[in-house]
Design a protein around this ligand. Structure first.
Ligand code: CP3
Length: 352
């Protein structure tokens, strides 16, 4: 690769390839959402959230809104992890102010893998529209839920403690295994389509990975994630994958070593320097400012941004939150965060 090609590689993709870039590239989970007045306007126009996800022109517009306003290095596809159960034929609605509600699931054979490509087609159109509209320097991040997290919503039918799903791991492991396997296959199909339509990298959101003990974590989080990584690596050797085993604690070290992901997102409870000492030096780490500190704003926010970026100086790091932006966050705080990062000077050399 020539020097100029090197310089033209987008900053976020350079970090995913294992390079330390300063100041670090930034994007924020839930950067498109209710805290933005321009999002609320499009959301009202669409009517409900799922219609917004399935209307490519509107979904593309809300994906791009935060890039236009703040100029992050990455745009994340506007959709939801629960599109996969819906694509497999399970009914899904978002009850206003209550979160997702899914239909009863009695048997994994009711889940229709053959229907997935047609059902996700509008979301794939959104990917193509966004990639065509963005500048090359902005990385388009495709995503899906981790199979265990998606299965949690499918079995329990709604958010919460996911006791039905966790009980199933002991009372009917064959059923939970069959559901997770269907979701894994659907996810491989869905992410393959996103990459073919223009996603530059993909992220697996395993938001409820931290609910499992170590043996079940290996079975339901690590194994299916590795299956997805291997399938995508075979087809797309250059496309990088970010994993997010949220609240997994020390098990995140196993996740990093065993799934084959190129990057790992850190939740709010993770000490970045401590985790960095236990994962390969080329593995990119992403995160992990407390969304409540972003909401609070002011000098404490600026200090928090600088503390996390400095702790990760010299290793591949993508700045992000530890979880999604809260809906009552002031947009000006997001501008402050991005501005503070871009203004960071090289930290003093602490080695002497
Ligand atoms: O900006 C982005 O991060 C991209 C879009 C995105 C959404 N959801 C949009 C959304 C992504 C990547 C997700 C992932 C997602 N969805 C996760 C994993 C990440 C996490 O937060 O832990 C989970 C668990 C879900 C399931 C989900 N979707 C819930 C529980 C809810 C209801 C709670 C809520 O905040 O309203 C959603 C709805 C949802 N997904 C909204 C958005 C913008 C709110 C819809 C609205 O009312 O406009």
């Amino acid at each position: 690769m020539s020097m100029s090609d090197d310089l033209e590689t987008p900053r976020l993709l350079r970090v995913l390839a294992g390079e330390a870039v300063w100041p670090p590239p930034v994007w924020l989970m839930r950067q498109a959402g209710r805290y933005l007045p321009e999002y609320r306007e499009i959301r009202a126009q669409a009517g409900d959230f799922l219609t917004l996800c399935r209307t490519p022109d509107l979904a593309a517009e809300v994906t791009i809104q935060p890039i236009r306003r703040f100029g992050m290095d990455g745009a994340i596809l506007f959709s939801d992890i629960l599109i996969v159960p819906w694509a497999l034929g399970q009914s899904l609605r978002f009850a206003e102010g209550e979160g997702p509600r899914l239909g009863d699931l009695h048997d994994a054979v009711d889940l229709r893998l053959d229907e997935v490509p047609d059902r996700v087609a509008p979301i794939i159109q959104t990917v193509a529209k966004v990639r065509a509209a963005l500048e090359r320097k902005t990385t388009l991040i495709g995503f899906a839920g981790g199979p265990f997290t998606v299965a949690c919503y499918m079995v329990d039918g709604r958010g919460g403690e996911f006791l039905k799903t966790r009980n199933l791991a002991y009372t009917d492991p064959a059923l939970l295994g069959a559901i997770v396997e269907k979701v894994t296959q659907a996810t491989i199909t869905y992410l393959t389509m996103q990459i073919e339509a223009g996603a530059d990298c993909v992220m697996l959101f395993d938001s409820w990975a931290g609910l499992l003990p170590p043996d079940l974590f290996a079975t339901y989080v690590i194994a299916p994630s590795r299956q997805i990584v291997e399938a995508l690596n075979t087809r797309f050797p250059h496309v990088k994958i970010i994993g997010f085993p949220r609240l997994a604690g020390l098990l995140a070290v196993n996740y990093a070593a065993q799934t084959g992901v190129d990057a790992m997102a850190m939740d709010t409870t993770t000490d970045p320097a401590l985790l960095a000492a236990h994962v390969p030096s080329k593995l990119a780490l992403q995160g992990n400012l407390d969304p409540l500190l972003l909401r609070a704003g002011g000098p404490a926010l600026l200090a928090g941004v600088s503390r996390i970026a400095s702790a990760m100086h010299g290793r591949p790091h993508i700045f992000n939150l530890g979880h999604g932006i809260l809906p009552d966050t002031a947009p000006s705080h997001v501008a402050d965060l991005v501005g503070a990062l871009r203004a960071l000077a090289e930290p003093p050399d602490m080695s002497t």
